[in-house]
Design a protein. Structure first.
Length: 78
């Protein structure tokens, strides 16, 4: 949006929006892959999909994933 309204380059919005939409579409099937790798239950899958709809929700999910990955790695080391 700053490219369009501040710098007057509306063409950039088209490509950034397209990339954003593509990444969103790729995120949806990535969640079941994460479910298998992270041993999630159904509620965590729903949380991950909901996080994609809430602004900055994926950052909250990422914080959880980093913590969970560390726990899994620590378990394997023991």
């Amino acid at each position: 949006m700053p490219f369009k309204y501040i710098w007057g380059i509306p063409e950039v919005v088209k490509y950034v929006g397209w990339a954003h939409g593509l990444l969103f579409i790729l995120y949806i099937p990535a969640v079941p892959l994460a479910k298998k790798a992270m041993n999630w239950n159904f509620m965590w899958v729903m949380f991950a999909w909901a996080a994609s709809l809430i602004p900055f929700g994926t950052f909250v999910l990422d914080r959880y994933l980093v913590r969970r990955e560390k726990e899994l790695l620590d378990r394997q080391a023991v």
